[in-house]
Write a protein that binds this ligand. Sequence first.
Ligand SMILES: [Cu+2]
Length: 456
Amino acid sequence: MLLPGWSVAVAEAAENAARLLIEPKPGLAPLAGAEAPSVPIWGYGGHVPGPVIRVKRGSTIRARLKNSLDQPTTVHWHGIRIDNAMDGVAGLTQDAIRPGETFDYTFTVPDAGTFWYHPHNRSWEQVARGLYGLLIVDEDIPPAVDRDIPFIADDWLLGKDGKIDERSMGHFGQWTHGGRLGNWLTVNGLTDPEIPVLAGERIRLRLVNSANARILAFDFGELRTQILALDGQPVEKTEFLSGGITLAPAQRADLIIDIVGKAGSKIPVMEVSTRDRIKAAQFVISEKPPLRNAPPAEPAILEANTLLRPPKTDGAQHIDLVMEGGAMGGLSQGTIDGKTLTIQELVDKKLVWAFNGALGMQKEPLARIKRGRTAVINMVNRTAFPHAMHLHGYHFRVVERGGKPVYGAPWRDTELVDVDEQVRIAFIAENPGKWLFHCHMLEHTAAGMVTWIDVA
Ligand SMILES: [Cu+2]
């Protein structure tokens, strides 16, 4: 089912199949507010965010992509444990779809949850211009909420004219540092949007960080906020937010918020990742009578996605991943397909970040893993920047951080690895194919932080 990207109603879930036409193309968006001139963007259907795709768990999605951009593109269905051929990675699972051409994506969705879709060709440019949308997979028994609200946050780099700063697109300074960091925050493609609610309502907010590179954090103030799911997967214990929730690029969170406040009042949602707290959006409580006088006493319950099996690390295959390079990284040389190049030769190719000394996509995978075996990847960040590591086709669990074991960590498909941090993740390699593993700061991917695993 295709819904407008900014929908505040609980939509009826589609039948067990969905046929969609997805058309990335140029459009205009009121990014800087209704009074400012509309901004030329690229969006699915010409809109940012693109349409919400919403289906039931176990559905088959048939999506025809028609490329109406002037450059090749693909679609990656982020977080879906998908058939490898449909993963949408140009150069690994498919050829990029040329302008004017179409490609048919057909895949089933094994897990319920909050996912998103975006290009996986020149992502650093195509996502920055607005190509992304929400993919909701409904549970068989969804948690009881009164309203289901998307909350897709983006960090735009706009010029003085209020348009996307194109001159800095692909700027090497962004690639060597923290990526393309913006100066304009939108939620659902709008500046500080008002989200209408009723007093006493219980809402499910689906947060996505669609920024190229900025780590975002949101604070809901006094509102009681339960963490329901992270990266699409339900959390196991009932947990409430204290302070803000941090989302690295590509990460998601499903939150349950009980609206408490006077009729007509406004409750701000603040973005608090930097010292200048920014109002990201606001709940506006209707003048209508409250839906209930006090919030429901019980926390919301979300059943786990039962097909996901927890890894046991005995007998696992251990894989090391050392991150090096970037500004202040001190990288003096590196390899491409086994051949050593000097840093100057690498810089000429716009490659500055290394995994295990290798820069960019290699012919050989990081690891070949026998299907069904547990894999443990030990990530060590020796760079001066945090990295949001995303494994395609899987959810994994952190099992160790800073040399200390971690128990009961949430399932994730994207994990933030901080400066000087060591993080070990584990998963059962059940999904066969060639799976990309990369930093989701999209300029870092482009400048070398990308590898893949081969599960056969
Ligand atoms: Cu990175």
